[in-house]
Ligand binder design. Structure first.
Ligand code: FAD
Ligand code: FES
Length: 345
């Protein structure tokens, strides 16, 4: 088998260079090389990875990606997460940002177990070939060869030597990837796993008191952050609030893993919020009654005056993370760098 070609990429005006294997995207190749191109969703939807191609040729994986507006297209902008270099390239990108200690790796993973959590949410457990190295709160790209479809899913466990990657996935009605995951993928089936990615990971050096906000499918990422805080050597000095939001009471699941984490922390307060029902029967382990309304409203109501005294992690649909950012940063003056999230767009 012939070795895939390597293309050299120069980031204009910075002197930063990296190489990209044919078939890989500009964004992923940069992150694999430790170059912090800006990004969020890795899926073509958020627009954070926009850049200009100064020289060279690229193939666009998703020409109709919603992350580019008609104006962006007129100006010749592209998405680094969807561009596959076909030659050496020179690109003009915004300022380079941070990269995590974990470089993304592509490997094969086998489905080992599926555990139903709610009527439309299950935990999927994979065993990968080599690594399960990631920070709490990060995500991976899962490629399903059967349907030739790739999507982002957040890990719900911690990095480990057992090569185990767990994901909490919510079924999307008629969704391409979730139909495969829920209806076709059998235990023992293989997928391609590429990761880790994402910025909304636990920063132990930040405030010891944290708030994790999970909207619907964002639960897995927030379980991981809580578990990460509980695994720190000074966990006993740390307090965490976990807010879990859903539309109806049947959507809300309080994971057992967080009950275990609770024993290691100074305190773990679990709050639930239900936006469309009269109430919620899911009994939080700390006895705090469920809130009726959106999960960001539950945060504001519950934390009151102390709201700016925490570092926040959030995961879920863009409407939820945007509403939370507005409530915390715009309306209550939380410094923007005290809130971490990757929008699930
Ligand atoms: C950073 C991040 C983390 C996420 N973590 C989780 C998680 O932990 N649990 C969970 O349940 N969901 C998570 N999601 C959402 C998940 O990636 C899927 O969007 C969701 O499962 C629906 O996929 P689907 O294919 O079933 O639905 P569909 O309706 O078929 O697809 C919807 C999504 O796929 C995107 N899409 C469409 N075509 C393409 C394409 N060619 N290439 C790439 N993307 C495409 C769309 O922008 C849309 O967001 C996450 C999303 C992101 C961005
Ligand atoms: S559009 Fe590329 S990272 Fe979101």
């Amino acid at each position: 088998m012939s070795t895939p070609a390597e293309h050299h990429v120069l980031v204009d005006g910075t002197g930063v260079r990296f190489s990209c294997t044919e078939g890989d995207t500009l964004l992923r190749a940069a992150l694999r090389a430790g170059v912090g191109l800006s990004y969020e969703c890795n899926s073509g939807a958020c627009g954070s990875c926009r850049y200009e191609l100064v020289d060279g040729e690229v193939r666009d994986r998703r020409p109709d990606a919603p992350g580019l507006s008609p104006r962006d297209r007129r100006r010749g902008r592209r998405l680094a997460c969807q561009s596959e270099p076909l030659s050496d390239c020179v690109v003009r990108a915004g300022s380079l940002g941070e990269v995590t200690a974990y470089r993304p790796v592509t490997q094969t993973a086998r489905l080992r177990a599926v555990r139903p959590l709610t009527h439309d949410m299950s935990e999927f457990v994979f065993t990968a070939d080599e690594h399960a190295a990631f920070a709490p709160g990060q995500y991976a790209m899962l490629y399903f060869p059967d349907g030739r479809v790739e999507r982002a899913y957040s890990m719900s466990n911690l990095g480990n030597r057992d090569r185990e990657w767990k994901f909490v996935v919510k079924r999307t009605p008629d969704g391409q990837a979730t139909s495969i995951l829920f209806d076709k993928l059998e235990v023992g089936s293989e997928v391609v796993l590429d990761g880790p990615y994402g910025h909304a990971y636990l920063r132990p050096e930040r405030n010891r008191d944290i708030v994790c906000v999970a909207g619907g499918s964002g639960l897995g990422a927030m379980i991981s952050v809580v578990l990460g805080a509980a695994a720190l050597p000074d966990a006993v000095d740390r307090t965490a609030h976990l807010f879990i939001g859903g539309r109806r009471e049947e959507d809300v699941h309080i994971p057992e893993a967080v009950l275990v984490a609770r024993r290691r922390l100074r305190a773990l307060h679990v709050h639930t919020a239900v936006s469309e029902a009269d109430g919620c029967d899911a009994q939080p382990p700390c006895g705090i009654p469920p809130f009726r309304g959106f999960v960001h409203e539950a945060v504001v109501r519950t934390l009151g005056e102390s709201i700016t005294g925490f570092t926040y992690y959030a995961a879920g649909p863009p409407a939820m993370t945007d509403a939370l950012a507005r409530a915390l940063v715009v309306e209550r003056g939380l410094p923007a760098d005290h809130l971490y999230f990757d929008r699930f767009c």
